[in-house]
Design a protein around this ligand. Structure first.
Ligand code: MTE
Length: 322
C-alpha cells in the first residue's frame, strides 16, 4: 500500500506559517472538496461528510485529498484538541496539561531502544525521524472515558521505524515508556500511577500500518500537552494506549507491564480495543460524546477500523481479552 503524503506543497507550508491552523485546516478541506469535483463546482458548505458531493451512481464520493486511512469526519477544533487533554504527568484535570506542560523540555530528546533487537542503542529524535516522510493521518480518537475527537496527526508509520532496529525472532511485544522526571512533569510527584507511564502492543499490532508515531497535529509540531515530541497513536484502541512523550522502546518476548491494566485490571485490559459490546464496569461503552457536538453518537467496533484490524484478533474472545 502506498500512502500519499500530503505535507509537501510549498504553498501549504507557507500557508501554515502565517495562518491560524484552524483556518489552514478549513482551507485544506475546501480545496479537497472542490478538487473532488473535476468540473470545479463549488459546494455550498464544505468540510463535513454530509456536504460531500454524491458520485455518479448516487454513492457518496470520498474527498480526493484523503489518504486511504483518513476519516472524512469533521476534525475537532484545534482549540478543543489542545485544551481538553489527559496527561496525568501534568495533573488529572482536563485543562491541567495545557496549563502545566510548559515545563517539559522537548529538545534535545532521545529514545532508548532495548531488548530483543539486533540494533539496540540510544537514538537522537532527529535520527529516529530522518529516514521517514511525515504523513498526515486524520484519525478518530476514542477515550475509554466515552468521549472522542477527530484529529489530523502528523507522523510516521510505527512499523517502519521498528523494522530499522531489526527485532529478533523472540520479539513478540513492544513496550513504550514516557519520560520519568518529576522536575519537568510535576504530576509525577503524586502517586496517581506507578510512574513512568508505560504502554505496549503486540508486535503485529505495532506493525499494522494504522499505528502511527506522531510528532505533530493540525499541520504543526505537537504541543507539549498532546505528548511532544513523540507519541503513539493507535486509533482502534482506547486512547490510553496512545502513550505520550516516549523515551524508551523495548522489544520483549513476554507481554510487558502496562500502566492502566496493572493499576485497575478489572477496568482496563492490555488490548483495550474499542468495543461497544464490553462495558466499563462503571459506565457503558455503547455511545460516546464527540467533543464539540451536542448529541452522543454510537461507538463503533474497533473505533470504525474493524475492516483493517479485526483479522489481528481472529479466534480471540474479545470479551475476555478486553
Ligand atoms: N500518556 C501519558 N504519558 N500520560 C497520560 O496520562 N493519557 C492517555 C493517552 N496517553 C496519557 C497518555 C489517555 S487516557 C488519552 S485519552 C490520550 O493520551 C489523550 O490524548 P490527547 O490529550 O492528545 O487527546
Amino acid at each position: 500500500m502506498t500512502h500519499r503524503i500530503r505535507i509537501r506543497h510549498g504553498w501549504e507550508v507557507a500557508e501554515r506559517e502565517v495562518t491560524d491552523p484552524e483556518l489552514y485546516l478549513r482551507r485544506r478541506e475546501f480545496l479537497g472538496a472542490t478538487g473532488a469535483l473535476a468540473g470545479g463546482l463549488v459546494l455550498g458548505a464544505c468540510g463535513s461528510s454530509e456536504s460531500e458531493a454524491a458520485g455518479a451512481e448516487g454513492a457518496p464520493a470520498r474527498r480526493a485529498d484523503l489518504g486511504p486511512w483518513d476519516t472524512d469526519e469533521t476534525p475537532t477544533s484545534r482549540e478543543d484538541a489542545t485544551r481538553y487533554n489527559n496527561f496525568y504527568e501534568f495533573g488529572t484535570g482536563k485543562e491541567d496539561p495545557a496549563r502545566n506542560a510548559g515545563t517539559l523540555r522537548t529538545r534535545p530528546w532521545s529514545v532508548a531502544v532495548e531488548g530483543e533487537v539486533a540494533r539496540p542503542g540510544r537514538v537522537a529524535l532527529e535520527d529516529l525521524l530522518k529516514p521517514h516522510a511525515r504523513e498526515e493521518r486524520i484519525y478518530r480518537l476514542r477515550c475509554v472515558e466515552a468521549w472522542s475527537m477527530v484529529i489530523p496527526w502528523l507522523g510516521i508509520p510505527l512499523g517502519e521505524v521498528l523494522k530499522r532496529f531489526e527485532p529478533t525472532s523472540k520479539a513478540k511485544y513492544v513496550a513504550f515508556d514516557t519520560l520519568l522526571d518529576p522536575e519537568q512533569m510535576p504530576g509525577q510527584r503524586r502517586s496517581v500511577l506507578d510512574w513512568p507511564y508505560r504502554e505496549g502492543l503486540r508486535l503485529d499490532e505495532a506493525m499494522h500500518p494504522l499505528s502511527l508515531l506522531a510528532t505533530g497535529m493540525y499541520g504543526e509540531d505537537l504541543p507539549n500537552q498532546n505528548g511532544a515530541p513523540l507519541r503513539l497513536v493507535v486509533p482502534w484502541k482506547y486512547g490510553f494506549k496512545s502513550i505520550k512523550s516516549i523515551v524508551r522502546i523495548r522489544f520483549t518476548a513476554e507481554q510487558p507491564y502496562t500502566s492502566w491494566s496493572y493499576e485497575a485490571p478489572s477496568e482496563y485490559g492490555f488490548f483495550a480495543n474499542v468495543n461497544p459490546e464490553v462495558d466499563h464496569p462503571r459506565w457503558s461503552q455503547k455511545r460516546e460524546r464527540r467533543i464539540g457536538e451536542f448529541r452522543k453518537r454510537p461507538t463503533l467496533p474497533f473505533n470504525g477500523y474493524a475492516e483493517s484490524v479485526a483479522p489481528l484478533y481472529a479466534g480471540m474472545d474479545l470479551r475476555k481479552h478486553y
